[in-house]
Design a protein around this ligand. Structure first.
Ligand code: ATP
Length: 330
């Protein structure tokens, strides 16, 4: 098992008038751990995840698994991704057994009986009755389909699982069961996982490490409890403040990664200096130094520290001025 490392990865869409959806991101998913990636819609979470599996174009940097560039790995790389929508991720004309069989690497098992046993093992792993192998996706509920999508991903015997909003399209009543399943499978198989969600309660439930993304950058990263109970970046604080139920509820309501009363910045024209300065409540409190926020990019090497925030005034940055606790704009 090996670490998954995003090494200053950038992804650019479109030509001259395009946008940089992921901008020089450094992030490590340590072997066997869950990194929860949170941030509002459009911050680049999916784009970053998709870069790891070759679904979004890496324009600079590298994604490494065990030190090897994932683009140089064999055809079926040991990274597998599960997507948000279990309705479109399965072929409606194929039985779920056929769908899972198709995902078993060629040459891994010879003979029909061995493949059928493997399908049964995978279905049991995701708590589905192996007798369901002959069913079509249309005969299953959304939660069951997402279990099949997970079984398909596990058929590749991955080291790393990437989960992109895997419960947000599901009925609230089954979200908890799917999350429990993912967590127990991750632990049982010792998988590394990059788990994307806009729901802070879900992130808290699953993650060992939390990374917060804003406008294509990781602005804060660290051990989950530290980031969620002692956030250093004003954006993380704003997210947590806007989601008071994040501590209590796993339900997909009220805990979304969106901050109150502010317009997201335009990713086509990211602000100079600190990208959060247009929305940041801290800048006005430290007016004398605000020029720094407007001019200097605090991202630097923040992502490489244990708990770090890309803010000129956070305690884990090298600057001396700390943000007053609970500070907000006057
Ligand atoms: N294929 C694409 N072509 C052009 N722009 C894209 C493409 N995919 C995403 N984008 C843009 O890149 C930015 C990041 O999008 P991305 O989907 O990665 O964000 P996200 O944080 O995952 O958001 P969401 O939670 O809504 O999925 C957005 O501005 C989006 O409009």
């Amino acid at each position: 098992m090996s670490d998954l490392v995003f090494d200053t990865v950038s992804v650019r869409y479109g030509g001259r008038r395009g946008l940089t959806a992921v901008d020089s991101v450094g992030l490590t998913v340590p072997s066997g751990q869950v990194v929860g990636l949170v941030g509002e819609s459009g911050s680049g979470k999916s784009t970053l995840a998709r870069a790891a599996v070759g679904l979004s174009p890496i324009s600079a940097g590298r994604v490494l698994l065990g030190g090897v560039d994932v683009r140089k790995l064999p055809r079926r790389p040991p990274l597998q991704m599960v997507f948000q929508d279990p309705y479109s991720s399965l072929d409606p004309r194929m039985s779920i057994g056929e769908s899972i069989t198709e995902a078993i690497p060629r040459g891994a098992l010879s003979g029909r009986a061995a493949r059928r046993d493997e399908v049964a093992r995978l279905l049991e792993l995701v708590n589905l009755d192996p007798d369901r192998a002959g069913h079509l996706p249309g005969q299953l509920s959304g939660g069951q389909r997402q279990r099949v999508a997970l079984a398909r991903a596990l058929a590749g015997r991955p080291e790393v699982l990437i989960a992109d909003e895997i419960t947000s399209a599901l009925d609230v009543s089954v979200q908890g069961a799917v999350l429990n399943l993912v967590r127990s499978v991750q632990r049982r198989l010792g998988l590394s996982m990059l788990f994307i969600s806009h729901n802070l309660a879900v992130i808290r439930y699953l993650s060992d490490i939390v990374a917060v993304m804003y406008l294509g950058r990781i602005v804060e990263v660290g051990p989950a409890e530290q980031v969620l109970t002692d956030p250093q970046h004003p954006y993380t604080r704003d997210l947590l403040a806007a989601a008071p139920s994040a501590h209590t509820s796993l339900l997909d309501t009220g805990a979304d990664a969106a901050t109150a009363d502010t317009e997201p910045a335009d990713p086509h024209h990211p602000p100079a200096g600190c990208r959060y300065h247009t929305r940041c409540p801290v800048g006005p409190l430290v007016r004398a130094d605000r020029g720094l926020c407007l001019q200097a990019d605090p991202t630097g090497d923040a992502a490489h520290r244990r708990h770090s925030a890309a803010c000129h005034f956070s305690e884990n940055e090298s600057h001396e001025l700390a943000i007053p606790r609970g500070a907000s704009a006057p």
